[in-house]
Design a protein around this ligand. Structure first.
Ligand code: GRF
Length: 200
């Protein structure tokens, strides 16, 4: 049985597209059953609709973070989601939500975690004169971008890189890495145990 996966987005949705593409393969262990955006009209919503995937927009309308997250949680449970992928989802989730999906909630971050958590990653990597950057798929824990890594891939940083050029190079590998990371979680090849990623 394919695992039922929901994807949370805020924008462009190129990683969502990569996941939809991978999940189209008959032997892929996961299917995307719901896409939720916190931003109305996010481009990724149209991509999901094109693929025939149900979508929802749950925007922040002045309620507490916990109230919004409870709404997201209810939509995920109603869709019988078993795994939740954050794909360019630009809202911090409450600790309660994260704990409720512990081991089933994953994210992709455009750096070689634990280095360069947070935002402005490519600017900071270039400013620091790094020779290597990359992307990481990781389990989500309450502390931002601090969860254990499931899969990681490196790219070179060139002296002439701008943040935009480096972002594009990293994004290319994200589109392979996220489907690979989700495959591992859906197939039960990696799980979160006592705060660590356990393989096999
Ligand atoms: C990606 O770079 C991802 O690593 C980061 O946000 C960006 C989302 O891009 N978390 P997209 O919406 O998937 O195109």
């Amino acid at each position: 049985m394919k695992k039922r996966v929901a994807v949370l987005i805020s924008g462009r949705g190129s990683n969502l597209s990569a996941l939809i593409g991978a999940a189209a393969a008959p032997d892929y262990p996961a299917q995307i059953v719901l896409v939720i955006s916190n931003i109305a009209g996010a481009a990724g919503l149209a991509r999901a609709a094109e693929a025939g995937i149900p979508t929802a927009t749950i925007a922040h309308k002045g309620e507490t973070r916990e109230a919004v997250d409870a709404e997201v949680d209810a939509a995920l449970r109603a869709a019988n989601a078993q795994i939740v992928c954050l794909a360019g989802f630009m809202r911090i989730l409450s600790d309660g939500f994260v704990r409720g999906w512990e081991g089933k909630l994953i994210n992709i971050h455009p750096s070689l975690l634990p280095a360069y958590r947070g935002t402005r990653v490519h600017e900071r990597v270039i400013e620091a004169g790094e020779a290597l950057s990359g992307a990481s798929v990781h389990f989500v824990v309450p502390e931002l971008d601090a969860g254990p890594v499931i899969a990681q891939e490196k790219v070179p940083v060139h002296p002439s890189d701008t943040p935009e050029i480096l972002a594009a190079r990293v994004l290319t590998i994200e589109h392979k890495l996220y489907p690979a990371g989700l495959r591992m979680v859906a197939a039960g090849e990696v799980r979160l145990e006592k705060g660590l990623a356990v393989f096999g």
